[in-house]
Design a protein around this ligand. Structure first.
Ligand SMILES: Cc1ncc(COP(=O)(O)O)c(C=O)c1O
Length: 372
């Protein structure tokens, strides 16, 4: 097969010999689940995001679910979140019997519009799940002020944003609960895995209990003080996480360079490119998403790029229009016009730390060709 027809994938993890070594060490130790490696990983992750406490969990979704438990969310409550996110941002509320309420987004950042959040608050609102979509920090000054004014628990879904900073401080260091995810398309991976960070020692203690079947710090293995889950991260995954964190700065820098090359290559292509960082927002590059001009058949563009060997993804469908959401809550088109418009026009290009310039040129050429 010639190089020109090699398929260019959407994402790829960066796994090297050091990762293999660390995982092998755990495998050979025979201590595969709750051993000494998990706490080492947690402490490195806490340092990386500037959080006092970190609880590793089995996925970002599990972390969000536990945050709903911490927030005391239950039947009759409402939880506000973004429609332009991965479904887990909303599903976590449903798991606890609450109703997800979607507030519309800002068309430039793709994050929650604080004015829309404020307008969505009712006496039943209990929590806000703010999302740092595509690694771009949400408007925390405004969102924190809204939560304080209305007595809401703020949970940050930072699953796509490891390494981003807001107002010069890393996401994760702003005090409230923040959730991280390590699926292999993320900046760093543990295979499956996630974590919750917080400034609160009490919240951390509850998280550690909830993820481990409700066991208490003081109880023996078969005594359970509360209803919990098996949301543990095993030591093999944590070992991979350590290898990834050791090179996190290099990974983030490489991703930034790749994004810069796309900015350059797409300057002459008729698409909207991601918002640039500013003094308050430094993005961590999760994906590179372009916005097609209004009226262009995005799915047709994706199909033509696929024929040219380029994988793309329709990031992101609006959550409220997923079939189960429509059926459960009667959501329909027109409710969240900004999110819906973005959902029809945005598309992720192949993006990972080690994609080379040649492949990026092929992506840019294919996009240009697919648009005409
Ligand atoms: C914004 C967002 N929230 C939550 C999740 C859930 O993470 P996980 O797939 O680890 O459950 C993801 C990951 O896909 C995500 O992108």
């Amino acid at each position: 097969m010639s190089i020109a027809t090699d398929r260019i994938n959407l994402s790829a993890p960066w796994i090297d010999e050091r990762d293999e070594e660390l995982v092998l060490e755990v495998l050979r130790s025979g201590w595969l689940s709750l051993g000494p490696t998990g706490p080492r990983f947690e402490s490195m992750l806490a340092d990386a995001v500037g959080a006092p406490h970190c609880a590793a969990v089995s996925s970002g979704t599990a972390g969000l679910h536990l945050c709903m438990r911490i927030a005391g969310v239950g039947p009759g409550d409402e939880v506000i979140t973004s429609p332009y996110s991965f479904v887990a941002s909303a599903n976590c509320a449903i798991y606890e019997g609450a109703t997800p309420v979607f507030a519309d987004i800002d068309p430039d950042t793709y994050n929650l519009d604080p004015a829309a959040v404020e307008a969505a608050i009712t006496p039943r609102t209990k929590a806000l799940v703010a999302v740092d979509i595509f690694g771009y920090p949400a408007a925390y000054d405004e969102l924190i002020a809204i939560c304080e004014k209305h007595g809401l628990v703020l949970v940050e879904d930072s699953c796509e944003a490891l390494g981003a900073t807001y107002k010069g401080k890393p996401l994760g260091s702003h005090g409230h609960l923040a959730v991280w995810a390590f699926y292999p398309n993320k900046q760093m991976t543990t295979g499956e895995g996630g974590a919750v960070t917080t400034a609160s020692a009490e919240e951390h203690e509850v998280l550690v209990s909830l993820r481990n079947q409700g066991r208490l710090e003081t109880s023996s293995w078969l005594q359970h003080g509360r209803l919990g889950y098996n949301y543990r991260l095993d030591d093999l995954s944590a070992a991979l996480g350590i290898g990834q964190l050791e090179k996190l700065d290099r990974i983030l820098e490489a991703r930034r360079e790749v994004a810069g090359r796309y900015d350059e290559l797409l300057a002459s292509v008729d698409v909207g490119t991601p918002l640039a960082d500013d003094a308050d927002h430094t993005r961590s590059w999760f994906v590179y998403v372009v916005k097609l001009p209004s009226g262009v058949d995005r799915d047709g563009v994706m199909a033509r790029m696929s024929e040219l060997g380029i994988a793309t993804a329709p990031y992101l469908p609006s959550i409220h229009l997923q079939s189960y959401m429509r059926e459960r809550y009667g959501f329909s088109e027109g409710m969240l016009p900004v999110s819906e418009d973005c959902s029809e026009r945005t598309m992720a290009l192949p993006f990972h730390a080690r994609i080379d310039r040649g492949d990026q040129e092929r992506v840019a050429d294919a996009l240009r060709a697919a648009l005409v």
